[in-house]
Design a protein around this ligand. Structure first.
Ligand code: SF4
Length: 361
């Protein structure tokens, strides 16, 4: 099902840009012209039943005045996988209970599309003057593919990187919980040299049904991933957030079996896993918005490094080790698997090592 956009707003400074008008035409909407503060005020005055849900139906076009390319914000003391992100869009039509975008409810709750995204390519070129290669993706503050049918992010980034012959040094990931892959398939057939990875975030079906509202089902994500693999596009799998609750343990083991018997392991570029972690501020927002969520059923404690709440180390160790062992069985003992935001002791306790072709040299 295509996400539903109800209102399209253009920052008056950019009213003559063609792109937002093309998107408005595709959506059959008449654009409005407002500055960001005006739009924030309007949404606050008319929040509907849930301000965040209302704002997710609004798409706002403006310019990014900051940097696009950023290093993935790892926490102090954790082993870093050298991943970079590009925030060309901020905001998402889906409504996952654990989404960090809820932090921005007050001052940026809508879907913001940045019109000067070509500067992101300049920033990648600059980065490559001092570095051999980069692993980069767009899905940090948005879903990379959910709105691809409107925004053509895949077409834009692939054609710009190809024009500058950067694909021998750039591996570009589109991270999603959708099954919106038609544009990506088209782009790959036009540009076979594109070094792209489609990353699918996955979770156990009963978690997805309750806590990832609007996203594609796990079966739909897997059949999309399989179609991409058959078209020569590498896939990635992200187990994140893992809810480390005993009643879900067997479901996770079953999920791993389904994924790696459905997909071709040799066509998987990398796999990540990250236990559920969150800030106290997010806890309050989630409890207010989604009182039925079962995110907080386990015991969690503040970490000494980043003040995020996490499961205790023995529980994390047990889940990660079980994931590692089970996933390893589909990769002859050497899966391209890494942990997200974990310290060195957790790597050695689980017998895992950072993988060179993922973490870079
Ligand atoms: S898909 Fe990602 S960005 Fe979108 S609501 Fe879910 S967690 Fe947030």
């Amino acid at each position: 099902m295509k996400p539903y956009i109800e209102k399209l707003v253009i920052d008056p400074e950019f009213k003559n840009e063609g792109f937002p008008h093309q998107v408005a035409e595709k959506l059959g909407l008449e654009p409005f012209y407002m500055t960001k503060p005006e739009l924030v005020a309007e949404i606050r005055e008319n929040p509907g039943e849930d301000l965040f849900k209302t704002a997710k139906k609004v798409m706002f076009f403006t310019e990014n005045r900051g940097r696009f390319l950023k290093k993935c914000p790892g926490s102090k003391g954790v082993i870093c996988c050298n991943y970079y992100t590009i925030n060309s869009v901020s905001g998402c039509p889906f409504d996952c209970s654990y989404c960090i975008l809820q932090h921005y409810i007050e001052n940026n709750p809508f879907i913001t599309v940045f019109l000067n995204r070509s500067r992101a390519i300049d920033e990648i070129s600059e980065f490559l003057k001092e570095n051999k290669r980069i692993r980069v993706g767009t899905g940090e503050l948005a879903d990379s593919l959910a709105l691809d049918f409107l925004l053509d992010e895949s077409g834009f980034f692939v054609s710009e990187l190809a024009k500058r012959s950067l694909f021998d040094r750039v591996q570009f990931e589109f991270k999603t919980k959708s099954a919106e892959i038609e544009r990506l398939l088209e782009v790959k057939s036009r540009c076979p040299e594109a070094n792209i990875v489609a990353g699918f975030s996955v979770n156990v079906p009963r978690f997805r049904d309750l806590e990832e509202i609007g996203t594609a089902s796990i079966e739909e994500r897997l059949s999309a991933a399989l179609r991409l693999q058959k078209a020569g596009i590498k896939t990635a799998i992200h187990f994140d957030p893992i809810l480390m609750l005993d009643p879900l343990f067997d479901d996770y083991m079953e999920l791993i079996k389904t994924i790696f018997t459905t997909l071709q392991p040799s066509e998987i570029a990398w796999i990540s896993m990250g236990g559920f972690r969150h800030t106290l501020a997010l806890t309050e927002i989630i409890q207010r918005r989604l009182p039925g969520s079962f995110l907080f059923r386990g015991e969690m404690f503040p970490s000494d490094t980043d003040n995020k709440l996490r499961y205790l180390a023995p529980l994390r160790r047990r889940f990660y080790k079980a994931f590692f062992d089970k996933i390893s069985s589909y990769f002859n003992g050497v899966p391209p698997l890494y942990m997200c935001m974990e310290k060195a002791f957790m790597w050695s306790d689980t017998g895992m090592k950072p993988i060179d072709n993922v973490f870079g040299d």
